[in-house]
Structure formats: structure tokens, C-alpha cells
Design a protein around this ligand. Sequence first.
Ligand SMILES: Nc1ncnc2c1ncn2[C@@H]1O[C@H](COP(=O)(O)OP(=O)(O)OP(=O)(O)O)[C@@H](O)[C@H]1O
Ligand SMILES: [Mg+2]
Length: 466
Amino acid sequence: MIDWSPKQIVDELDRYIVGQDEAKRAVAIALRNRYRRSRLPEKVREEIMPKNIIMVGPTGVGKTEIARRMSKLVDAPFVKVEATKYTEVGYVGRDVESMVRDLVEASIRLVKGKKEQEVRLTAESMAENRLIDLLVPISHRQQEHTVINPIEALFSGKAQSNTPALPELTTEEKEKFRSKRDEIAASLRAGKLEDTMVEVEVDEQPKLGMDFSGMGVDINMNDMLGGILPSKKKKRNVRVSEARKILIQQEMDRLIDMDEVTSEALRRAEQDGIIFIDEIDKIANRTNTSGVDVSREGVQRDILPIVEGSTVPTKYGPVKTDFILFIAAGAFHVSKVSDLIPELQGRFPIVVELKALTREDFRRIVSQPEHSATKQYSALLAADNIKLTFTEEALNAIADYAYLCNEVKENIGARRLHTVMEELLEDISFNANGRHPEIEVVVDEKYVADHLSGDVQGKVLEKYII
Ligand SMILES: Nc1ncnc2c1ncn2[C@@H]1O[C@H](COP(=O)(O)OP(=O)(O)OP(=O)(O)O)[C@@H](O)[C@H]1O
Ligand SMILES: [Mg+2]
């Protein structure tokens, strides 16, 4: 669990998201409160329920983006689901509990990942030894001598004692063997053998081709039968570079106690888990008439017990949802938060509004954030030997153009910037092929004027004149 002050969390979010301070603050406080709670004695802790949040705001202003960035930030089990998923036709039984099961899976991955880091070094050196074994096989003579399949031995009557004992390796042979291993070990470390092929044994999961998810039952046939069917081993020929990854993973799996991981993961999912429910406005209904609306209200009723606190069975064990933090988001341009059933509204005490983005916001979004559209395109085209730069004026012109497009066409928020960039750089994107020395392209005001269609400006005039 991260030990960051709310201010630090907001600063971190600021690197990616422009504006929306209120939402960032609410999220930061909620995260900090989780940390504060985790420091309390258990008795007090049990009394403190998380304050769930609803983020409301027009399309493309950063709701989902905040969730995405947050998930990378928090060192806690996190899942994001779309509420509409549960209204899909054919979705049997509207399995809303699956969000909790997904959270547990996320938690398992998180906890296991931590443990893997702890044992990684050990696993790496064990894997290296196994790689050397593969590259310098024990000589046949030695193999026959040491490895006798006991069952085969029993049935063929060639019990170990009956086999005429082969002479031990001579000291000289042993010495040769050892120095060969040392030699290979050195080449391995120097990265000289990365493309050499070796044969590794991997577990083959029996594929049953049946999907039970969505039926309200959480049965993983592979897991169930995994214990009954002997896990099938399969030999694969792979490069050393690939073999190393496989062997390291195998060694880590051997070193990690999965029971410990499971119980820790369940605890963390219950205590620190965060579920982000996106598009919640799509399950709010204004009228109660049509069949679709009934189904939407049904989804709300299904979600209610989970948000309110209940116990959900998962294949790892039961999970209490009382302390999971829920953050919901929706554009709510057709429906309103008050169209949600009151019980559900009541479980989201904090409502924060995200504002429509201003022209000034657009100017910042186009270039400032860590992964802004202009940075993304520059990086993409750099792969094709094009050095793309933008002048300050061009950036402003792009932002203004995008802003205007939203005014005259549909307002799709900051997503518009991506469509505009695509239009602007279509020529270069199409023509660049990398088979040329580095070309420097400076996008200036003129370039923008030449490449973005003028009819938007015209439409703006039209709109304001009429
Ligand atoms: N405030 C912002 N700062 C920086 N980039 C933003 C901002 N708002 C939106 N974006 C950009 O626009 C894209 C779409 O935003 P996002 O997915 O957050 O929309 P949303 O608010 O969830 O809308 P919807 O209601 O349609 O789901 C993001 O990928 C991001 O690149
Ligand atoms: Mg969204």
C-alpha cells in the first residue's frame, strides 16, 4: 500500500491529466484514507467503511484516464469493469459477482509478483544451472549409471543390482566435464549462446475448450482436473533466451508457496481492493417502461449487495466486499445520478464533477502530459527515421482547431485531439518508410493550416452568424 500524501498523489496524476482538480483530490483522499485505515488497530478498522466515489462529467474529459493512471499508481489490487457488460444480451444471469472474482485474480497476480521478486535471484541462479545441464548433458555412460527408471527396472527384471556396474568416470573425465561446464557457463553469461537451441520440458495445460464463466459458477475445469489428470509434460525446442525465461518461471513457481500467496491475496483484496465501475450512467434509467430499462435496474439491484457488503464465493475462498473501495464513473448526459436507485446512490457518498475542457486545457493537453498525442506521434515516427517537432504556434493552432471541431461537430472531449492529429499527420504517416536518412519535419502554423480542412472554420462562422 503506497505511503503517499494526497498532494503527492495529485502531483503524480498531474503528470498525465490536465485539470480536473476536484476529481483528483477526491481520489487522492480516498487512497490516503485506505492507507490511514490500514494503520489502525483491527477493532477500529472494522468500523471504518470506505467512502465510495462517483465521477460525473462529459465524454472524453478524463474519467477513465484518471482510473487508468490510478491503477498504475496504487500498489493495491485494482480492477476496472464496465457496468454495461452486465446488461449485454445473452449475458447469463448478469454475473456481477465476477467483478469480485476478477479483483481476487488481480490480487493474486500482485502478491505473486511480489513474491517472485523476492525469489527471483535464487531462481535465476537455479535456472542457469539447469541451462548448463541442458547444454552440457551428463555423458551417456554416466547417465546409464545414475539414472535408471525404477519401474522399467522392476518389470524388465533389470533391477539396479543386476545391472553390471559400469565403471565410474575417471578423475580425468570428471575434470573434463567440469571444465566444459565452466566454459559453457562463461559463454552463457557473456550472452554468446542466446540463439542456441535447447530442449526444455514444459507443463501442458489440458485444454478443455469449455467456458463456464458468465454462468454464475466459478469453476475452472483446468484447476479442477489439474489435480486428477497428471499434468502432461511436453518437450519444446527453444532458444536459450526463451529457455531461460521458462526455467526461471518454473524455479520461481517451485520456490513460492501458493497457499501463502492465496491467503495474503484474499486479505489484500478485502482490505485494500479497489473496483472501478465505468459507464455507470448506462445502467441508470429515467423511465421504468421499456424492457431494457428493467434490465438496467436489475443490474443496479445486483450490484447493490456487492457495494453494500456481502460475501462472494471465489475459487480461492470467500471474499467479503465490505471494505472494497468502489469508484464509479459516467457521463450522465442522458440520465442523472439521481436516476440511479436510491439505495445505490446512498452507497456513493462522494460525487465529483469533471468539467468540460476549455480551450486553454486543450492547449496544455496537446503537448504537456507525459504521453500527450504529440509525444506519441513523435515517438511513432521516430521509428521510421522522422524527427518530428512542433512549434509553439502550431501546437496552439492544433488545440484551437480541435476545440472548434468539438463546438461545431459532436463534442467528444480530448479524444478530438487524436482525430485531429491523425488528420494532420496523415501524409507523413503514409509516406514515411524508414528507408531514408533521418528527415526533420517541423510542424509549424503553415503546415497546420495546409493540412487541416478549412471547412471547420467556415462552419464556426456559419454557426455564429445564423
Ligand atoms: N484532462 C485530461 N488531460 C489529459 N488528457 C485527457 C484529459 N481528458 C481526456 N484526455 C485524453 O482523452 C482520452 C479520452 O479520455 P477518457 O477515456 O478519460 O474519457 P472519459 O471521461 O472516460 O469519457 P467517456 O465518458 O466517453 O468514457 C484519454 O485517453 C486522454 O488521452
Ligand atoms: Mg470513460
